[in-house]
Design a protein. Structure first.
Length: 140
């Protein structure tokens, strides 16, 4: 099973390896925090969503599953698809925070808006990093 950082057979460009590493760390830490500090995620959950604690645990589980899926080349594209979908699914929480900055006074309002822009860029980065690189005619 070829791992992400296999020194003997790594065909990914450095830029994609770095992007995958960043995405892995992001979702690994985020997934762990979902289980050890669920109260933060409960605060940002829009009130119209049912069973908020269950949704926090489910999203944490899929963050961890996706993160570890990135490490296996065979499953990287599937993990990327799942993480893109998951990131889209959690967007209502970020929109909710942006629409109700009075509930999140510890976070500057500009940062709440920036999160939405970052989220779009992050989705693009996940998609790009988990797609196979185009083969070159010459492998120098």
């Amino acid at each position: 099973m070829p791992l992400l950082f296999n020194p003997f057979r790594n065909r990914l460009p450095t830029s994609k390896r770095l992007a995958i590493f960043f995405v892995f760390i992001w979702f690994l830490i985020g997934g762990i925090v979902h289980f050890f500090k669920p109260e933060f995620f409960l605060k940002i959950m829009p009130p119209y969503l049912p069973h908020p604690l269950l949704l926090v645990y489910i999203s944490g589980f899929f963050e961890l599953l996706g993160a570890f899926g990135l490490l296996l080349a065979k499953y990287r594209k599937w993990a990327g698809n799942g993480l893109v979908l998951l990131t889209i699914c959690v967007t209502p929480a970020n929109v909710y925070m942006w629409q109700h900055p009075d509930l999140f006074t510890a976070i500057p309002q500009w940062l709440l808006a920036f999160r939405l822009v970052f989220q779009v860029a992050f989705i693009i980065a996940i998609w790009w990093a988990t797609r196979p690189s185009k083969r070159r005619f010459f492998n120098f």
